[in-house]
Design a protein around this ligand. Structure first.
Ligand SMILES: [Zn+2]
Length: 414
């Protein structure tokens, strides 16, 4: 087999002709350089937008990093036309082996993006021998290509959705994420967590698809509730159980901390015991570890406030076991009364919040809706955000989240 034919096959080239293959050394880095010629009578397309363009302006050499050949880097070099696009102005023409605007071949990019879904960034950067910053753009291109290839905007057919916020950049900033309870996939994400962010989502959905929403689960975030009521009148609004229980768990935390503060000076030993009870009181009754029971028995004997708080959290969890709407309503009312008369300030505040949203709490019980899957996504996003620390652009992080949580398929070039 001739070398030119061999490389044409190895690189999976189409109608292009291989002019030559050379091993070059640049700054001590060896690379196989495959020079190819595009078909002379081809139709030129703009590399910016992909539309057909007319006359060529001039031509210039371009190069694209391809998958390594053995232990050596591989580069495709070709003379490409510069074309005049009515939208983008003067641009180089698109080439069949690379995405528009990329210095890497499609096969190389697909491999990087596939790896990024599964491996830490340092691994990807080391294995592929690339600068991490370029990976963000690769993901953006893959995600944009997927969005362009599917029909519509990916927001069709939504019936039950969950809205949640996800912290990124060490918790200083927030993304609002919308997921489909049907598929479990993320369908929309945007920076911010205000009422305006939720309104932006509902506007993107449009009035017709908003009418089709039957249930929206969210945390007790005033702005989101207002926006949902205004835009999705047919949707039952459900208070996400995770957030409701967390509200109550936080109240217990406050009671425990106050008890610790009060005892710190007069009885350090007792204070240390209360501090150490932190994890035991967070566990639900069915989940207690050996030893937790003893801690709880001691709290029941000597620290009535903390024990009463723990029982209140348990009682609220039990509300979620209710079989019917009426049962749930009755159990929740019992709980609100118990919390309001508990004499524990944090629980009284918590009960007032829950009382103000009791319909939403009960809706979640009857609809069996929770953002639990979204919460799983929350930790994924935190991980991604951590992995994506090198990204300079928010758009790269959003693309990464869309890639992983939006379930965008990436095929390995084989
Ligand atoms: Zn163009």
């Amino acid at each position: 087999m001739r070398v030119a034919t061999l490389f044409k096959r190895l690189l999976r080239l189409g109608g292009e002709r291989v002019l030559g293959v050379e091993l070059e050394d640049e700054d001590g880095i060896e690379r196989v350089v495959v020079t190819v010629a595009l078909a002379p009578r081809r139709v030129s397309r703009c590399s910016g937008c992909g539309t057909r363009t007319g006359s060529a302006y001039d031509s210039r050499p371009g190069s694209w990093r391809h998958l390594d050949m053995g232990r050596v880097r591989c580069v495709i070099r070709a003379e490409v036309r510069r074309v005049c696009c009515s939208e983008c102005g003067i641009r180089t023409e698109a080439v069949p082996w690379a995405r528009a605007g990329s210095r890497f071949t499609r096969a190389f990019e697909d491999t990087c993006v596939y790896l990024v879904k599964h491996a830490p960034k340092t691994t990807v950067a080391a294995l592929m021998r690339i600068d991490w910053h370029t990976v963000g753009r690769m993901i953006e291109r893959v995600v944009a290509e997927h969005a362009a290839s599917r029909e519509g905007d990916g927001l069709d057919g939504l019936v039950r959705i969950g809205i949640d916020e996800v912290a990124y950049r060490k918790g200083h900033r927030y993304l609002m994420c919308v997921s489909d309870h049907g598929s479990g996939a993320l369908v929309w994400a945007s920076p911010g967590r205000s009422q305006a962010t939720a309104e932006a989502f509902y506007r993107a959905l449009g009035p017709e698809r908003c009418q089709q929403l039957r249930a929206v689960s969210l945390d007790l975030h005033g702005g989101w509730i207002t926006a949902t009521r205004a835009y999705a009148p047919n949707a039952l609004i459900c208070a996400d159980p995770f957030h409701v229980i967390k509200l109550c768990g936080d109240a217990l935390d406050r009671v425990r901390r106050e008890a610790w503060q009060a005892l710190r000076e007069e009885d350090p030993g007792r204070a240390a015991f209360i501090k150490g009870s932190r994890f035991a009181v967070r566990r639900r009754a069915g989940n207690l570890r050996p030893g937790d029971r003893t801690i709880l028995d001691e709290l029941a004997r000597d620290n009535h406030d903390i024990y009463r708080g723990w029982l209140l959290v348990e009682q609220l969890r039990a509300v979620y076991e209710a079989a019917s709407h009426d049962d749930a309503m009755a159990l929740l009312d019992d709980w609100i009364l118990a919390a309001l008369t508990s004499d524990l300030d944090p629980f009284i505040r918590c009960a007032l919040t829950i009382d103000a949203h009791r319909d939403l709490v009960v809706n979640a019980i009857t609809q069996r809706l929770s953002n639990a899957r979204l919460e799983g996504m929350n930790s994924t996003v935190r991980l991604l955000s951590h992995r994506a620390r090198g990204y300079r652009r928010l758009s790269s992080l959003l693309a990464m989240i869309t890639l992983v949580c939006g379930r965008i398929p990436v095929a390995l070039p084989t």
